[in-house]
Design a protein around this ligand. Structure first.
Ligand code: AMP
Length: 369
């Protein structure tokens, strides 16, 4: 970003990644008079359909990255598994990348993420680093069963994780066999063992920090998952004000400590006593914030564009209650029925093939306040 001030209309936002989050960022940027340039290895990507320009190249393509850095005013990303080297390359070619490399590095490694959250005084589930069968056994002694074994890297939507049950007798396995099975299931790679949290519900905070350090936070939705994938976000969540405030405070602290610029999504488990544990955070716009497009004056997507372009942040206040449902796989075949319903805002991502588990769109039902 030029040091002289915000990126004005007709400026160009570079986005790494061509998925639905990039698509919704591009739509929000267009409303503010900004252009979007998508960089993705994927042909015919959802974001490219609505962006001014697309570069189709691998994330390691130096020449393509150099050309991209030369024509955009700022670079952001729509998925957290952008290779660290891609960001380093872009910065070496003079690009300003937001959110910064530190937030990205921490979010890419579940162990670093848990260490960071605890270092700022927030709590997580009990955890232990696992590098082999011996450390898995050690970890289980410390944490107890049941527990969840997760890969440190590249996990999303419940992928790269497996449950270690409380009892193995019913499975006809010894403990050694059950441990080996779990370790092999996640690909025998550096992992983290987490205590299984008995939560009342899951919530998230979508927050933003601007270039000037200002912070704005949306109301926390309650998030319901099936098979590790978010299905529904409901706002307001059925939680007490103290719980919401604790989650807001933690998200704000994370934003400041990371010297963050852009939108963050922080996921929490709410315990019986109303306190919260941080599950994880995403250094990007978040699926549990899609309701903000229809229920807030300034959506999470516009907020992110405002933040990375150095604009003042928008008002995150909610003018309606909302229920957001993801359309996953064949769900999107019902688009005609969805389109008929009043008060249902339909969002389809332009994906050709409705594979099982693939996010094809979402609908947000608005309710008066
Ligand atoms: P994750 O990809 O880590 O966010 O996990 C996906 C979903 O699995 C979460 O939203 C929870 O519903 C569930 N989950 C993950 N970790 C735990 C845990 N330690 N205890 C209980 N449920 C969990």
């Amino acid at each position: 970003m030029p040091s002289s001030g915000p990126i004005g209309p007709n400026g160009t936002v570079g986005v790494l990644g061509g998925g639905q989050l990039g698509r919704m960022l591009a739509l929000a940027a267009a409303r503010l008079g900004l252009k979007t340039h998508i960089f993705t290895p994927e042909r015919d990507s959802p974001a490219s359909h609505v962006a001014a320009r697309t570069t189709i190249a691998p994330y390691g393509d130096e020449a393509a990255l150099k050309a991209f850095a030369g024509v955009v005013d700022v670079v952001t990303y729509e998925f957290e598994n952008v290779p660290a080297e891609t960001v380093e390359r872009l910065e070496s070619f003079g690009a300003s990348v937001a959110p910064g490399a530190r937030a990205l590095a921490i979010a890419q490694d579940r162990l670093a993420e848990k260490d960071f959250v605890n270092s700022i005084g927030a709590k997580t589930a009990a955890y232990a680093a696992v590098n082999d069968l011996a450390s898995l056994d050690e970890g289980l002694k410390k944490i107890g069963r049941p527990a969840i074994l997760k890969t440190r890297r590249l996990g999303y939507d419940g992928k790269g994780q497996t449950l270690i049950p409380e009892h193995v007798r019913d499975l006809g396995l010894t403990w050694e066999e059950a441990n080996k099975k779990a370790w092999e299931e996640i690909g025998a790679q550096p992992s983290i063992l987490e205590a299984l949290v008995e939560f009342e519900c899951e919530i998230s905070i979508i927050g933003a920090r601007g270039r000037n350090g200002d912070i704005e936070l949306y109301d926390p939705p309650e998030n319901r998952h099936r098979g590790g994938i978010l299905r529904t976000s409901i706002v307001p969540a059925g939680i007490g004000e103290e719980t919401a405030d604790e989650a807001r405070e933690i998200a704000a602290k994370m934003l400041s400590e990371l010297d963050y610029v852009g939108v963050i999504g922080v996921e929490f488990f709410v315990l019986k006593d109303g306190s919260v544990l941080v599950n994880e955070f995403a250094p990007r716009v978040h699926n549990s914030g899609h309701w903000t497009i229809d229920a807030c004056a300034c959506s999470q997507f516009e907020q992110h564009i405002r933040a990375v372009c150095g604009w003042p942040l928008g008002d995150p206040a909610r003018h309606s209650d909302a229920v957001m449902e993801n359309l996953i796989g064949q769900d999107a075949d019902n688009w005609r029925d969805c389109a008929r319903e009043r008060q249902l805002c339909v969002h389809l991502y332009g994906k050709q093939e409705a594979r099982p588990g693939r996010k094809m769109g979402h609908v947000t039902q608005l309710k008066g306040r």
